[in-house]
Write a protein that binds this ligand. Structure first.
Ligand SMILES: [Zn+2]
Ligand SMILES: [Zn+2]
Length: 134
């Protein structure tokens, strides 16, 4: 919780209880959709409406504290912004794992060979996770 207070402060955002609860919830789950965030935060703050939740999430995205996670055939999820990483999506249990790997040289190869300028990327690898493989 404390580190999120500092993050909000560094962005000149008021650290409201609701914002902290939202960040804490997303941090706990790693990747989570809006309904699940609402269910969790609502238990603590029953007065919070879904509109308020959406507004807070959008504020946190615009300040690059949160990031949208768009996975194929899945509800949109959110995560705490981290250093660039790729996502491993299990086709069996739908678990999403972060995998931190250097993607700079891949981006460079694409740019050099296609002439395409990449503004942002979201890489997903589909497959079977360690737990589902046994
Ligand atoms: Zn799995
Ligand atoms: Zn991630």
């Amino acid at each position: 919780m404390e580190r999120f207070k500092d993050v909000l402060k560094a962005n000149n955002l008021k650290s409201t209880h609701q914002r902290l609860a939202i960040l804490d919830c997303i941090d706990t789950y790693g990747h989570i959709d809006i309904d699940a965030i609402y269910d969790t935060v609502f238990k603590k703050y029953p007065s919070m409406s879904k509109a308020t939740l959406y507004r807070n999430i959008n504020d946190l995205i615009s300040f690059h504290i949160l990031e949208e996670v768009k996975l194929p055939n899945q509800k949109q999820q959110y995560e705490i912004r981290k250093i660039p990483h790729i996502h491993l999506l299990c086709k069996n249990c739908a678990k999403v794992e972060d995998f931190f790997v250097e993607t700079h040289s891949l981006m460079e190869t694409i740019t050099l060979n296609s002439g395409f300028t990449i503004s942002n990327s979201f890489i997903v690898m589909n497959g079977t996770c360690k737990e589902c493989k046994v």
